[in-house]
Design a protein around this ligand. Structure first.
Ligand SMILES: *Cc1c(COP(=O)(O)O)cnc(C)c1O
Length: 460
């Protein structure tokens, strides 16, 4: 299998090249040149597998030329050993309501499923090449901690994560700064998340620095992150279908960067019996507006109680666009150029019909989100985190829909408290964080200052 760019400007690359490249060098996103096809007999067999064995089956065709089956098995084993639930991503059934719990990893949000895998994969590929990597990223909360936990303690990687000082929740801050491994460098910048992103962009554009220091990214455009997320769609289907290929399932996915829901689209393209994909956004509704109108246009970013979805540019959307445009890179280039110059793009009417055949979308308000947390708690005793509640609300009226639970409710205690007057019991990973020793540099929101800090840190 080879990987191509949505913009058609690179020679096809292997899986490991795609992982190390992250963003394609022509500015596009990387995708496999074909999807492995899963037939009814295979679906039947997969439905009976435990999570880790299934992960190997799902991922092997995508990596097979670069990793041996044994290597992949070892990677998967190591990546999910730190999950506290024996099923890794268990499906909880509460009457008509089905919740796929993706938050049993070390940072209590679904990003662990992908970033634990990516961290171990980086390590393996760097050992092979003898190289080193300095990961640099900016976070508004969840991604930073999941990335730090993905690579902590590794010999060939240093990680630098910028967060806006005082502007992430206390739990999120502590999740990052209490990791004391020598290769982890937390930086609180005296500025906003946007400042952090600007600095990261500036340093990645400083090509001599980027090359001399082997800068790498962990943002959600890395193909390996999508791939790891495909697994739990198959897993969830197996829990409810009895392996019967005629049994179609609808998934409801709280969405920001279109990463998680794109993984569901990949599963569908591989042959998973999917009825519909429900795309659930909060008030930051660029994606739900697109599904309704065919127009993709950024708006203002509003802070909400589901902050990990407060996004008005969805970095993975281009991947879907590529398939919608019949895998024609010229059309993708044209639309993205339009996006660049006019701040919006629009797909033709017949393409919008195709979108409607698969996706259903809803933008869920703050009040509806709190109301959903309250209602589910009253009816079932189960506590939803605000992101998950957005997805559950969007799936109302579709009995049997599987709702992806992207964070543990204790991670967003204030919103839960407001909705039901109490907080959820924290998992072990979130306990005692406030008392632990922490380490963090506080620096000016200035690219030159951050670059100097990185140089001095890496020299020492
Ligand atoms: C990142 C995140 C999301 C959004 O996922 P995307 O892949 O960006 O669509 C939803 N919920 C939580 C808790 C997250 O951390």
């Amino acid at each position: 299998m080879r990987y191509v760019s949505t913009r058609g400007g690179i020679e096809p690359v292997t899986f490991s090249q795609a992982v190390m490249m992250g963003l394609a060098t022509d500015g596009g996103l990387l995708l496999p040149d074909a999807f492995p096809q899963v037939d009814a007999a295979t679906l039947q067999r997969w439905a009976g597998l435990p999570f880790k064995a299934l992960a190997v089956e799902v991922m092997y065709p995508f990596v097979g030329e670069d990793l041996s089956r044994d290597e992949l098995e070892a990677l998967v084993e190591r990546s999910y050993a730190g999950f506290t639930h024996p099923e890794v991503t268990p499906l909880v059934e509460l009457g008509e309501l089905r919740i796929l719990e993706l938050f049993h990893g070390p940072t209590a949000a679904f990003k662990d499923v992908a970033l634990q895998f990516l961290g171990n994969l980086f390590e393996l590929l760097l050992e092979r090449s003898g190289g080193r990597l300095n990961i640099l990223g900016a976070t508004s909360g969840d991604t930073g901690s999941a990335a730090i936990y993905g690579v902590r303690g590794q010999e060939r990687i240093d990680i630098f994560i910028l967060h806006p000082q005082g502007r992430v929740s206390p739990i999120q801050e502590r999740q990052m700064t209490t990791v004391l491994d020598a290769n982890v460098h937390n930086i609180a910048i005296t500025g906003t998340f946007d400042d952090g992103q600007r600095i990261v962009k500036e340093l990645f554009n400083d090509l001599p620095f980027k090359q001399a220091y082997s800068l790498g990214a962990v943002n959600s455009i890395n193909w390996a992150r999508i791939l790891a997320q495909v697994v739990y769609y198959f897993y969830a289907w197996g829990r409810v279908s009895g392996g019967d290929a005629a049994h179609k399932v609808t998934f409801s996915v709280p969405t920001g960067n279109f990463g998680d829901i794109f993984a569901g689209y990949v599963a569908l393209r591989m042959g998973l019996p999917v009825e519909r994909l429900i795309l659930a956004t909060n008030r930051n509704d660029i994606l739900s507006r697109f599904v309704h109108s065919g127009v993709y246009e950024t708006g203002e970013v509003y802070p909400t109680i589901s902050p990990s979805m407060d996004i008005q540019i969805s970095s993975n959307f281009e991947r879907y666009l590529y398939y919608l445009m019949d895998q024609d890179p010229a059309k993708v280039r044209e639309l993205m150029a339009q996006m660049g110059s006019e701040g919006k793009l629009e797909v033709p009417a017949e393409k919008l019909a195709e979108v409607h055949a698969l996706f259903q979308a809803a933008a869920v308000s703050e009040e509806e989100t709190r109301q959903q947390i309250r209602e589910t708690y009253t009816e079932t005793g189960y506590i939803l985190d605000p992101h998950t509640a957005v997805g559950v609300h969007a799936a109302k009226g579709i009995p049997g829909a599987i709702c992806l639970a992207t964070a543990h409710p204790a991670k967003f205690g204030a919103a839960v408290q407001e909705a039901i007057g109490m907080e959820a019991e924290p998992p072990v990973s979130l306990q005692g964080l406030m008392e632990k020793e922490a380490r963090c540099a506080v620096l000016a929101a200035d690219a030159a200052v951050i670059r100097e800090f990185m140089k001095i840190t890496l020299a020492g």
